[in-house]
Design a protein around this ligand. Structure first.
Ligand SMILES: [Zn+2]
Length: 130
């Protein structure tokens, strides 16, 4: 069996079908399996990488992605969003009490944010938008 790479359009359609069946998909791996099952025909099997799928899902506007993460290295420089590879925006916050500045990084594309301890995504949960 040889594997095929589906077009963006095909993946989008399969994602739509998956979310007609399930309102929530509890991990990226599960979503990949469901989408590949949806794409499969008698003659062809398709492969879609998890990061490509995640970005197509984000672009579809159909699904909200809930990001679970663990704390990462505070010294790590983060220029790009670990979720969607968009460039991150630096946001400075003045705290009320000490006048201390805390830095946050936000992604305007997918909603990822992180403080000093860089959040490393470990799990993605996908919810159908209402
Ligand atoms: Zn992002």
């Amino acid at each position: 069996m040889t594997y095929h790479i589906p077009s963006d359009e095909k993946v989008r359609k399969a994602v739509k079908k998956v979310f007609e069946k399930y309102r929530t998909v509890s991990s990226q791996r599960k979503l990949k399996k469901l989408v590949e099952k949806e794409l499969k025909t008698k003659k062809k099997e398709f492969h879609v990488s998890e990061s490509r799928l995640r970005n197509l899902v984000l672009k579809s506007g159909l699904v909200r992605i809930e990001i679970y993460s663990r704390e990462g290295d505070p010294d790590k420089i983060l220029n790009r969003c670990p979720v969607c590879n968009n460039s991150l925006k630096r946001v400075k916050n003045l705290t009320i009490w000490g006048g201390e500045v805390t830095i946050e990084f936000r992604c305007s594309n997918c909603g990822y944010w992180t403080g000093k301890k860089k959040r490393i995504p470990t799990l993605y949960v996908f919810h159908l938008k209402k």
